[in-house]
Design a protein around this ligand. Structure first.
Ligand SMILES: C[S@@+](CC[C@H](N)C(=O)[O-])C[C@H]1O[C@@H](n2cnc3c(N)ncnc32)[C@H](O)[C@@H]1O
Length: 223
């Protein structure tokens, strides 16, 4: 089910209250329970995103905000994976998963900031950010950094919950917004905080199960 690029409404009340330290603190708390709390509900969208990675041309994959590594066993063995995350505790879980499941195509798991990775330009064929865009302090910086490190013509994928465009769900999201810092993400996150409304280069968004709660955003990196 594809639909056209549609921006959410800008919400000045929901300006970012998540900085890197707040992210680290939140995911230090979440690390031990993350898979049990979020693994199932996020599973279909994660599988769809990794299937898109597996279909995309090229082998070098950057997964930003790799977390506990729930996606790592899903990549085709030919894909070479570099995972990065701000949270040492989430990465510890990912490393255990790699070791226990002998995931030999995971080349690196690094404690790095997805907004400023330090990788050389055009280093990757594909970048994917699953449930990360509404967590990073500056989503546009994340998008710019992924464009920088992915080669021209490469693939950039985001999976995320984007705020409803009105209706009761939107009110619930707005009500939850002040808890962003404790939650570790912005419930009222709109797509225009990630990608400028006039920057719809080869952009496809697809609603994901369950209930269209998550969207897969797929872009071809402009040359
Ligand atoms: C909701 S979790 C998603 C984890 C994983 N992608 C998944 O699908 O389960 C968000 C992850 O993004 C990480 N994160 C947030 N901001 C980041 C940043 N600026 N750089 C790298 N990782 C970041 C958090 O530490 C956390 O592990």
């Amino acid at each position: 089910m594809s639909d056209t690029f549609k921006t959410g409404r800008a919400d000045p009340l929901a300006a970012s209250s998540l900085d890197a330290d707040a992210v680290r603190a939140a995911y230090r708390r979440w690390a031990g329970v993350y898979d049990n709390v979020f693994g199932a509900i996020s599973g279909p969208a994660r599988r769809a995103a990794v299937a898109a990675v597996n279909r995309a041309p090229g082998l070098n994959v950057l997964e930003v905000g790799v977390g506990t590594g729930l996606a790592l066993p899903l990549y085709r063995s030919e894909k070479r994976i570099t995972g990065i995350d701000l949270s040492a505790e989430m990465l510890d879980r990912a490393r255990i998963r790699v070791r226990e499941q002998s995931l030999s195509n995971v080349d690196h798991l690094l404690e790095l900031d997805a907004e400023d990775t330090g990788f050389e330009a055009d280093r990757f064929d594909i970048a994917v950010a699953m449930f990360v865009a509404s967590v990073v302090p500056h989503p546009r910086k994340l998008a710019d950094e992924l464009r920088r490190v992915v080669r021209p013509g490469g693939t950039i994928l985001f999976v995320n919950h984007f705020a409803a465009d009105g209706g009761p769900v939107w009110w619930v999201e707005r009500a939850m917004a002040p808890a962003s810092r404790a939650l570790g993400w912005h419930p009222d996150f709109t797509i225009d905080r990630l990608i400028a409304p006039d920057d719809a280069t080869a952009l496809v968004t697809t609603k994901m199960r369950p209930f269209g709660l998550f969207r897969l955003v797929s872009m071809v990196n402009p040359a």
